[in-house]
Design a protein around this ligand. Structure first.
Ligand SMILES: Cc1cc2nc3c(=O)[nH]c(=O)nc-3n(C[C@H](O)[C@H](O)[C@H](O)COP(=O)(O)OP(=O)(O)OC[C@H]3O[C@@H](n4cnc5c(N)ncnc54)[C@H](O)[C@@H]3O)c2cc1C
Length: 437
């Protein structure tokens, strides 16, 4: 029986390991450095319920989630709030991450060999192929290693150069975020909109949010692209508190710094004996860094490809990457282009786009869910006719939106069969498009 080792018990590993093991065709092991009791995050995050239903997976247990309210987005000047209008039944469920991870681990425990509290120290590489992992100084050989160990995966970084897999994300590809649930200041006024996300607060390349939590606390996030110094965190926190006086300094839950990838997916997720999945393959929506839905989808694709294909060769596993790109990865390339532009434009331009309604609820809802937004020349002329001016900015935005579509088209042109020459050519075009940006 062939052996598959997962590194990290993220949602992708929990879903894919169970499917593969339950087929009875594979011996499946999951190595996770946290203990079962400290698995995943001690807080809730937003996941659309369609993620479970569409993929035939169990819903989170009653009492472990609540329906999220609509987001309000606020540009740097804080002069306007754009509130989304997503109907109640389509809103995300904010789900307790640790309870969800345990629910999925418990469900798989009769067929998957879980090794909690076991950190994988490295890969066994022989002749350019991955042959297994090193855990606790011991070699564990496997026919396939699935890397679900996160954005800063040390396994990915130690692959041989012949794998052509990006070792590390660049600074602009990651979001460094503080997340904490703070006690509420007694008697402080509440904002009208309960889920407020501040774009480029204090002009920094980042976002902050303040969300009224059903637990009676305030859910606080402050993040920046690349790096965030203590001083920068302090400044953004003070600014957030100034607009949201209900936030106290008393941290009830969380209160830690995390790293989230915010870039297009890897152009190579597959090597000989190795597959990257989830944050390790940069599968989050580049605009907002949500990645649970994408990693669950990728897990289902990976399991289907392995079970249908009867081979663990890179040629067979390439279909996993192709299907992921065609399903959503290609669109995320486009969203990455838009994100880069929004981060590089002047904060005053961003204010203008929001204040004049050029960027509104429709555009923000699309970007947040990983969809491409549209703004054609006819839209631009319509806006100019309405007398809002700034032809330069409207044309720049229209140009960027055109580029997002070009990027998505290129993503969809991924070679459908594993041919090293064709893959290298495609990858070169992708890299060129992102280098120029
Ligand atoms: C503050 C914050 C808020 C977020 N909010 C949302 C949200 O609202 N909605 C959403 O969809 N996504 C959200 N995300 C992103 C989401 O958490 C991830 O995209 C998603 O969980 C996929 O991550 P993953 O499974 O690939 O990695 P992770 O969830 O990071 O799991 C990686 C696992 O690998 C383990 N590990 C790492 N190295 C090793 C090793 N060497 N050996 C063994 N185990 C190892 C880790 O302990 C961890 O359990 C948020 C992330 C953060 C940080």
């Amino acid at each position: 029986m062939k052996k598959i080792v997962f590194v990290g018990a993220g949602m992708a590993a929990l879903v894919a390991s169970e499917k593969l093991a339950r087929s009875g065709k594979f011996e499946v092991h999951v190595y996770e450095k946290s203990d079962y009791d400290t698995l995943s995050y001690d807080w809730h995050d937003d996941i659309n319920k369609a993620t479970y239903i569409d993929n035939g997976l169990p819903l989170p247990k009653e009492g472990t989630y609540f329906t999220k309210r609509n987001w309000s987005f606020i540009p740097p000047s804080e002069g306007v709030e754009v509130t989304l209008d997503i109907p109640e039944d389509a809103l995300d469920w904010s789900t307790e991450r640790r309870l969800l991870a345990r629910q999925y681990a418990d469900r798989a425990a009769d067929v998957v060999n879980f090794h909690f509290g076991c950190e994988v120290e490295g890969l066994i590489v022989d002749g350019g192929a991955v042959k297994g992992v090193v855990v606790g100084g011991e070699s564990v050989y496997a026919d396939l290693v699935v890397d679900n160990s996160g954005a800063l995966s040390k396994l990915r970084a130690s692959l041989p150069s012949s794998a052509h897999i990006d070792a590390k994300p660049s600074d602009e590809d990651i979001f460094v975020a503080y997340r904490g649930f703070h006690a509420k200041v007694d008697g402080a006024p509440e904002p009208e909109n309960s889920n407020r996300a501040y774009l480029r607060p204090c002009g920094v390349k980042g976002i902050s949010w303040s969300i009224k939590d059903p637990s009676g606390t305030v859910n606080v996030l402050i993040g920046q692209v690349g790096k965030m110094s203590k001083e920068e965190l302090k400044q953004s926190y003070s600014r957030l508190k100034a607009s949201n006086p209900q936030i106290s300094d008393d941290i009830v839950r969380g209160g830690r710094i995390c790293v989230i990838p915010i870039r297009r997916p890897l152009t190579r997720m597959v090597a000989d004996g190795y597959v990257a999945i989830g944050d390790s393959a940069f599968m989050t929506v580049p605009m907002i860094g949500s990645g649970v839905e994408n990693s669950v989808k990728a897990a289902c694709i990976l399991a289907d490809v392995i079970l249908d294909g009867d081979s663990l060769s890179p040629q067979a596993l390439w279909q996993y990457q192709v299907r992921y790109y065609l399903d959503r990865g290609a669109n995320h390339m486009g969203v990455d282009i838009l994100k880069r532009w929004l981060l590089s434009c002047k904060p005053t331009d961003l204010d203008w786009l929001f204040e004049k309604g050029v960027v509104g609820a429709r555009e923000m809802a699309a970007g947040a869910t990983g969809q491409l937004i549209t703004l054609g020349l006819s839209d631009i002329f319509g806006k100019l006719k309405a007398g809002i001016g700034r032809l330069d900015l409207l044309l720049a935005l229209s140009g960027v939106i055109g580029k997002t579509q070009k990027a998505a088209k290129l993503g969809k042109a991924i070679p459908t069969v594993y041919d090293e020459r064709k893959i290298a050519e495609w990858e070169k075009k992708v890299n060129a498009l992102f280098k120029r940006d």
